[in-house]
Design a protein around this ligand. Structure first.
Ligand code: XMP
Length: 353
């Protein structure tokens, strides 16, 4: 059987009648867990070159969220939690957005230590999340703790999304192979074009909520954002928030130092978690390389990037006449574009004669 899947560059959002007089009239608030509502639906990726506590604090201050990666010893994870909490206390930030911590599918010790330290939201981070081990993990966490939020993934199919919701995940993370440093699709042949994957997850969410109307479920679209407009497309397709790595990787707040490359540009490292350097740094010997490692230009304070992302999103929503993300999801329609349609949208051209 062959089905067709599309991704961000294959479509545009069809503009709709709008009565929004100013971008500021648009609300970008979005719930992504039962007890977590973001002012802006932007999440920094749970990768070791993207999110530790400094990044999570800055994301939180700007209305988004940073999810701590899981490639830390339990001791170092606890240190990160302590630093996050100390910063919150010192600056008296109202902790509207709690720290979310990633775990593997068998990390119960890690969960219990984080729970003791006050963490109540976890992200089960597995490359192929539609998996027996993830099912067991979610069910066991639900048995052990009655008051935690669970994000689980990644998945890219209707059935994967529906099952993760049914097993007890509040939120699913969607995306297999769209990321800028991912080689999963090349190395394994597996994956699904990201825009269609988000639409399938959204359909699964709506169907699930028809079956279980008293529950709340959420979707994080993870990876593959190359342009600001892709964010609006990901939300229009059904995402409640968008997770990004490469856009944020060069920021001041990400882990790692700024250094100069051979051209004297200021850069930082960015690497897939399944790349050889990442896996060997974490002492993992038996793995399939499914990511690459590179450098990205240093981009300064993340708050400036977030301001631009927010402006782009507000403007994008106003083209659909959508005052909320929910309404963007409900009203959006896409037009499929040809190569020439895509090319026409690129800033390439003075009139040729
Ligand atoms: P972007 O496009 O924002 O994507 O840089 C970030 C997302 O990429 C995923 N990720 C990986 N996927 N191999 C993969 O196939 C890897 O080594 C890898 N590391 C990260 C992850 O979902 C992240 O949020």
């Amino acid at each position: 059987m062959i089905v067709e899947g599309l991704t961000f560059d294959d479509v545009f959002i069809i503009p709709k009648y709008s009565d929004i007089e100013h971008r500021a009239d648009v609300s970008t608030k979005s719930k992504i867990l039962p007890n977590v509502e973001l002012a802006s639906p932007f999440i920094s990726a749970n990768m070791d070159t993207v999110t530790e506590y400094r990044m999570a604090i800055s994301m939180m201050i700007s209305g988004g969220l940073g999810i701590l990666h899981r490639y830390l010893s339990i001791e170092d994870m606890l240190k990160q939690i302590e630093l996050y909490q100390a910063e919150i206390k010192e600056h008296k930030y109202e902790e509207k957005v709690p720290f979310v911590v990633s775990i593997g599918a068998n990390d119960f010790d890690r969960v219990s230590k984080a729970y003791e330290a006050g963490i109540r939201n976890f992200c089960i981070d597995v490359a192929h999340g539609h998996h027996l081990l993830v099912e067991k993990c979610i069910k066991k966490l639900r048995e052990l703790y009655s008051d935690i939020g669970i994000i689980a993934g990644n998945t890219c199919t209707y059935q994967g999304a529906y099952d993760l919701f049914k097993w007890g995940a509040d939120t699913i993370k969607v995306g297999v192979g769209p990321g800028s440093v991912c080689t999963t699709r090349i190395k394994t042949g597996a994956g699904y074009p990201q825009l269609s994957a988000i639409q399938l997850a959204y359909k699964a969410k709506l169907d699930y909520l028809k079956d279980f109307p008293n529950e709340e479920k959420f979707i994080i679209a993870d990876g593959g954002i190359k342009y600001y407009g892709d964010i609006t497309k990901a939300l229009a397709a059904g995402g409640d928030a968008v997770m990004m790595g490469s856009i944020f990787a060069g920021c001041k707040q990400t882990p790692g130092n700024v250094f100069r490359n051979e051209n004297e540009d200021m850069v930082k490292s960015y690497r897939g978690m399944a790349s050889i350097p990442a896996q060997s740094d974490f002492g993992i010997e038996d793995f399939n390389e499914e990511g690459i490692s590179l450098t990205v230009k240093y981009r300064g304070n993340v708050k400036h990037i977030l301001e631009r992302l927010l402006k782009g999103l507000r403007s994008g929503m106003s083209y659909s006449g959508a005052r909320t993300i929910k309404s963007l999801q409900e009203v959006s329609e896409f037009v499929r574009v040809t190569q020439s349609g895509h090319f026409e949208g690129q800033p390439h051209k003075a009139f040729k004669h």
